[in-house]
Ligand binder design. Structure first.
Ligand code: BGC
Length: 747
C-alpha cells in the first residue's frame, strides 16, 4: 500500500506541478492523417487457384460454403483443404465459445478474453489512434481464438437516444464515425482477420428491427447513414459486411439490390463477403442474386433448411438459380479465406494473443480517455486525498460488472475491475471507504427479446428504492467527508433487440441521488451508462457529474484514476444529451419508431445538426466534456483565402492550457455555409484534433479539411457537389462552445 501511496502522490505532484509557466511551444500538431490508416485491398492473386478449387466442388459442397453449418461457421470442404470460416462477436471482445448447434455455452477454460470498452466509450475518446489500438488489440484476440472474421465494428448512427444498441454503437455524427471506424477496421485486419462491418445499413432502431421498412431521402442516406460504411469499405478495405435485419425502401437489406449491388459493389468496389445478420435472410433466389453471400442464423429448424441450403440446391436443380451464380458467391468466400491466410500462405498468418497485460493496458488506455467530466462547479474533483479522510461509495455501479448482460454478445473475462475495487486499491490507507449499495437493479423484459418486436417494457423491474437502503446510504454519506454515487444503468436495461421506452433513470435511483445529496452537499454523481438519460434534476441539484461507460476490463481503474486526478479527463460526448426526449429530432418529428414503415422525417438534421439548426438547447451538447484544466483557443487562421475543389484547407489554431494540470483537449472544427442553394445544418463537424498541452503551455494545432469534404449530395445529379462561395469554419471544444471563426472561399 505504501508504494501505491508514493506512486499516487508522485503522479499527482507531476500533474499539479507542471504549473502555470507561460511557455509557448512551437510544436505544430497536425490532425492525424487518415491516410495513414489505409487498409490492404483484397488481393486477386489467388483467383486462378480459387477457380480451380471451385471447379472441383460438387454443387452441394459449394452451397455448404454459403450457409451456417454451426452457430458461427459455414461448412468447409475437407477433401479440398477448404476450412470452415470461423466467426465471432463482437464489439466488446471475443465472445465465449458456444455449442455448435445452440446458443448454449461450451464452458471452456481457455476462452476468457479481454473486455474492451463498448462503442460509445471508444467514440467518446475522439481518438483515431485509440480506435486503431482497439482494432489491433481485439484483432489479436480474434486470431488467438482461431477466428477468421470478427463480427465488428458496429457503428450505426445514433438516431434516437432510446436506441437499445446506443451503448454498442459509436455516435450521432457521420464524420466522427468514419474517422474512428477506418483505423479500427485497419487495426483488426492487420491481424489476418476480416472485420465484418455492421449493420449495413439504415438499421437505427431495435423496435420491429426484423420487419420495419426504413424510408429516407437519398441525400440523408448518403450524408448521414453511409459515410462510415463507405470509408470502411473504400479506405479501410473491410473484407466483410453484415446485412442488417430491417427493410430499406421495401426490400430487406439482405435482399436489397440497390444497397448490396449498386452502392456496395458497383460504386464502392467492394470485393469481400456479405454475411447476413443472424436469421436476416428471407428468400433464396432474391437474397443470393441481390448480393448476400453467406446466410447465418440460428439452428431452427436445421441448418439444412436455411434459405441458402437445401432450398438453394433445389432452386439450382429447378433452373431457377444458375450454378454460375452459386460459383460467384462460393469464390468470394474462398477469396476471403485466402486473404486472411486461412488458406494459401497459412504459415505466415498472425497468431495473435489473448487476455494479455498488453491488451488490458489497451483497454485501460481507451477507457481512461473516454470518461466525460460533465460538471465540476465546486472543484470537488480531482479528489484531494490530503484533505479527504473518508468517502462514501454508494450505488450498484460501484460493484457491478457489465461484460455480460441483456440480449446479444458479451464477453467472458477474468478481469473486470469495478470502481470500488479500484478505489480500494488506489486510495491511501488514511482514507476510509463507507460503502452502501443504494438500490437494486432488477430488470426483466416483458417479452422474450428475439426480433425486437416491441419497444421494451418490463415484466419485472424495480422502480422504487427500498427506504432501508436509502437510510443506509444516507448514513454512509453523513459520516463521510465526501460521497460518490455510482449510478446509471446496466446491460440488462440497455440492450440489443429492444429500445428503451423513455429517458428516465431506471430503478428509482433519482430518489437516492437526492437523499444522498441532502445528507452530504459534497456529492459527486458518476453515471455508468451507454446512452443519454434524463438527468435534468441531477444536473440542477449537483455540482459535480462524471459520465463513464460500459468501459471494459479496466473500466474501474480508469474511472478511479480520473477521480483521483492521475488521469485528467478528456472524453467528449459522442451524442447530444437532450433536455427532453421530444427535443430529439426523431421524436420532435414524431417519426420514431413508426409501424410497418418508419420515415426519417428529420432528414439530414440528425443529432446536434437538429438542435443547432432549430435553436433547441440541449442539456449537454455533442462534443462536450470538461477537463481539470481550462483551454483557450486563439489565432485561428487558414493557410489561404480561397481554394479550388482539389485542394486541402489547413486551419491552424493555438491551444493554450491555462490551468494547472497537463491535459488533452479536442479542438473541433465545424463548417457553416450561409446562402446555400440547399438545406444546410447550422454546422457540421469536418475536422478535429485531440492534443496534449502541458499546463501553462500553448500548442499550434493544424486541422486539415479536404475541400471535397464540404460537398453535399445532390440527388439530381446523383453525385457530390461542392458549392462555390464562402464557408465559415467554427472552432471550439464542443458543438456549442465556439470561440474562433475563419472564413474561406471556394472558387
Ligand atoms: C446481432 C449481430 C450479431 C449476431 C450474432 C445478431 O442478433 O444483430 O450484431 O453479430 O446476432 O451474434
Amino acid at each position: 500500500m505504501k508504494n501505491k501511496i508514493l506512486c499516487l502522490s508522485a503522479a499527482l505532484v507531476l500533474i499539479m506541478a507542471s504549473c502555470k509557466e507561460d511557455k509557448t511551444s512551437n510544436d505544430t500538431v497536425a490532425q492525424p492523417e487518415t491516410a495513414q490508416y489505409k487498409g490492404t485491398p483484397m488481393s486477386d492473386e489467388f483467383d486462378a487457384k480459387i477457380d480451380s478449387i471451385v471447379g472441383q466442388m460438387t454443387l452441394e459442397e459449394k452451397i455448404g460454403l454459403l450457409h451456417g453449418y454451426s452457430m458461427f461457421t459455414n461448412e468447409g470442404v475437407e477433401r479440398l483443404g477448404v476450412p470452415e470460416l470461423h466467426m465471432a462477436d463482437g464489439p466488446l471482445g471475443i465472445r465465449e465459445e458456444l455449442q455448435r448447434m445452440s446458443w448454449a455455452k461450451l464452458g471452456l477454460d481457455n476462452d476468457f478474453a479481454t473486455y474492451y470498452p463498448a462503442g460509445a466509450g471508444l467514440s467518446a475518446t475522439w481518438s483515431p489512434e485509440l480506435a486503431h489500438t482497439f482494432g489491433r488489440s481485439i484483432g489479436e484476440e480474434a486470431r488467438a481464438r482461431g477466428k477468421d472474421v470478427l463480427l465488428a465494428p458496429a457503428f450505426n448512427i445514433i438516431r434516437t437516444p432510446l436506441g437499445g444498441r446506443t451503448y454498442e454503437y459509436m455516435t450521432e455524427d457521420p464524420f466522427l464515425n468514419k474517422t474512428l471506424i477506418v483505423p479500427y477496421v485497419v487495426g483488426v485486419q492487420e491481424n489476418n482477420v476480416a472485420a465484418c462491418i455492421k449493420h449495413y445499413a439504415a438499421n437505427n432502431q431495435e423496435t420491429n428491427r426484423g420487419t420495419v421498412n426504413v424510408l429516407m431521402d437519398e441525400r440523408t442516406l448518403r450524408e448521414i447513414y453511409l459515410p462510415a460504411f463507405h470509408d470502411a469499405v473504400v479506405k479501410a478495405n473491410a473484407y466483410s459486411v453484415m446485412g442488417a435485419y430491417n427493410k430499406f425502401r421495401g426490400d430487406y437489406l439482405c435482399e436489397n439490390p440497390y444497397m448490396l449491388q449498386d452502392v456496395l459493389r458497383d460504386e464502392w468496389g467492394f470485393k469481400g463477403v456479405v454475411i447476413s445478420d443472424w436469421d436476416a435472410v428471407h428468400t433464396t433466389k432474391k437474397a443470393l442474386e441481390a448480393g448476400t453471400d453467406l446466410e447465418m442464423g440460428t439452428n431452427a429448424p436445421s441448418f439444412d433448411e436455411f434459405w441458402f441450403a437445401n432450398p438453394l440446391i433445389q432452386a439450382v436443380k429447378d433452373g431457377k438459380v444458375t450454378e454460375a451464380e452459386v460459383d460467384v458467391h462460393a469464390k468470394r468466400i474462398l477469396k476471403l479465406l485466402f486473404n486472411v491466410k486461412a488458406m494459401g500462405n497459412t504459415d505466415s498468418r498472425a497468431e495473435g494473443s489473448l487476455a494479455t497485460e498488453v491488451h488490458y493496458k489497451d483497454a485501460y488506455n481507451i477507457a481512461a480517455e473516454s470518461v466525460v467530466l460533465l460538471k465540476n462547479n465546486e472543484s470537488l474533483l480531482p479528489l484531494n486525498t490530503q484533505e479527504v479522510k473518508s468517502i462514501a461509495v454508494i450505488g450498484p455501479n460501484a460493484t457491478a460488472k457489465h461484460a455480460q448482460g441483456g440480449f446479444g454478445a458479451g464477453v467472458k473475462t477474468k478481469r473486470e475491475v469495478t470502481p470500488l475495487e479500484a478505489l480500494k486499491a488506489k486510495l491511501p490507507e488514511s482514507v476510509t471507504i463507507n460503502y452502501a449499495e443504494g438500490y437494486k437493479t432488477l430488470f426483466k423484459p416483458k417479452k422474450e427479446m428475439k426480433f425486437g418486436e416491441v419497444t421494451q417494457e418490463a415484466k419485472e423491474t424495480v422502480t422504487d428504492v427500498d427506504p432501508k437502503m436509502i437510510a443506509e446510504a444516507v448514513e454512509a454519506a453523513k459520516k463521510s467527508d465526501i460521497a460518490i454515487l455510482f449510478v446509471g444503468a446496466n446491460r440488462d436495461y440497455e440492450t440489443e433487440a429492444s429500445d428503451r421506452i423513455d429517458l428516465s433513470l431506471p430503478f428509482g435511483q433519482e430518489k437516492l441521488i437526492t437523499a444522498v445529496k441532502a445528507a452530504n452537499p459534497k456529492t459527486i454523481v458518476v453515471f455508468v451508462a451507454g446512452a443519454p438519460y434524463d438527468i435534468n434534476n441531477v444536473e440542477k441539484e449537483n455540482s459535480t457529474i462524471v459520465w463513464s461507460w460500459y468501459n471494459g476490463s479496466e473500466g474501474g481503474n480508469a474511472l478511479a484514476d480520473v477521480l483521483l486526478g492521475t488521469v485528467n479527463p478528456s472524453g467528449k460526448l459522442p451524442w447530444t444529451m437532450p433536455k427532453q426526449l421530444s427535443d430529439s429530432p426523431a421524436h420532435a418529428t414524431n417519426s420514431f419508431p413508426g409501424e410497418d414503415t418508419v420515415t426519417y422525417q428529420e432528414g439530414i438534421l440528425v443529432g446536434y445538426r437538429w438542435f443547432d439548426t432549430k435553436n433547441v438547447e440541449p442539456l449537454y451538447p455533442f462534443g462536450y466534456g470538461l477537463s481539470y484544466s481550462d483551454f483557450e483557443l486563439a489565432n485561428a487562421t487558414a493557410n489561404k483565402k480561397s481554394y479550388n475543389e482539389d485542394e486541402t484547407i489547413a486551419v491552424t489554431i493555438d491551444v493554450k492550457n491555462t490551468g494547472n494540470h497537463d491535459g488533452k483537449e479536442v479542438v473541433q472544427l465545424y463548417v457553416s455555409k450561409a446562402k446555400s442553394a440547399v438545406e444546410r445544418a447550422a454546422k457540421e463537424l469536418k475536422g478535429f484534433n485531440k492534443v496534449l498541452v502541458k499546463a501553462g503551455n500553448s500548442k499550434k494545432v493544424t486541422i486539415k479539411v479536404p475541400v471535397k469534404e464540404l460537398a453535399y449530395y445532390d440527388k439530381n445529379s446523383k453525385g457530390w457537389v461542392v458549392e462555390k462561395g464562402d464557408y465559415t469554419f467554427k472552432l471550439g471544444n464542443s458543438s456549442k462552445n465556439i470561440t474562433q471563426e475563419v472564413t474561406v472561399t471556394i472558387q
